[in-house]
Design a binder for this molecule. Structure first.
Ligand code: NI
Ligand code: MN
Length: 229
């Protein structure tokens, strides 16, 4: 079982099997989230960062400093950048998998770009396949639809759900995301990376209906309200 709290934009807190995982926190600069989510009360064992853009890493340092036990998991370049700030990190790169005490993480391909907020090189962007005793799920990060997504069920087995960007302009749109869900072979998708900015506003009903036509449930989560998958 997964307890999932949407932190806004592409940010999530996922609690499962006694572990608390935070993905891509962008809360304090996000007007849609910064009243619903108290960043300083967030607890994490690991903070997973898909790439270096500010709308994915804005609150990572703050959360890491509030949680001295938390490890920042990202690509090599981003991990080294946070390590130089004195934070605990675990560097990865595409195709690599690591067993943490609580589960395994595989860093998988994403088609996007990556630059850290100070202009430093942010390596290549990625997504994560996370396996814990409860099962496995896929967090895509910012990405276009890519045929590589077919490798996820092939190499990582069945996924309980996928978290996919659906807002278009900077990532795939919800129509491509529905194809991504078919490539990953999931029937439950949590949508993210929509509505935060003018460029990525979407029609919620149309998106949900489009997925439903393919027999896939699209969840458009409410910020700060935990739900269970
Ligand atoms: Ni991005
Ligand atoms: Mn983004």
């Amino acid at each position: 079982m997964y307890s999932i709290t949407y932190l806004g934009h592409a940010g999530f807190l996922i609690e499962t099997d006694g572990v608390r995982l935070i993905f891509d926190p962008f809360i304090t600069p996000n007007e849609l989230a910064n009243k619903q989510i108290d960043v300083d009360s967030l607890q994490a064992d690991a903070i997973l960062l898909s790439h270096g853009h500010a709308d994915h890493v804005a609150d990572a340092e703050r959360i890491a400093r509030n949680n001295s036990g938390a490890t920042i998991v990202s690509n090599y370049e981003i991990a080294v950048w946070y390590e130089s700030k004195g934070l605990k990190v675990h560097p990865m790169n595409h195709g690599g998998k690591w067993s943490f005490g609580w589960g395994t993480v595989k860093y998988v391909a994403a088609v996007h770009s990556s630059q850290l907020p100070d202009g430093s090189y942010g390596g290549n962007p990625g997504g994560f396949v996370v396996r814990t005793p409860s099962g496995s799920f896929y967090f895509a990060g910012d990405t276009a639809l890519t045929y590589d997504m077919k490798l996820i069920p092939l190499t990582c087995g069945r996924q309980r759900f996928a978290i996919l960007p659906i807002g278009s302009n900077f990532t795939m749109d919800y129509m491509d995301a529905a194809i991504a869900a078919q490539f990953v072979e999931v029937d439950v998708v949590v949508g993210c990376h929509y509505d935060t900015f003018g460029y990525i506003k979407i029609d919620h009903d149309a998106a949900v209906a489009h997925f439903a036509e393919k027999g896939i449930k699209l969840i458009l989560p409410e910020i700060g309200k935990p739900f269970v998958i």
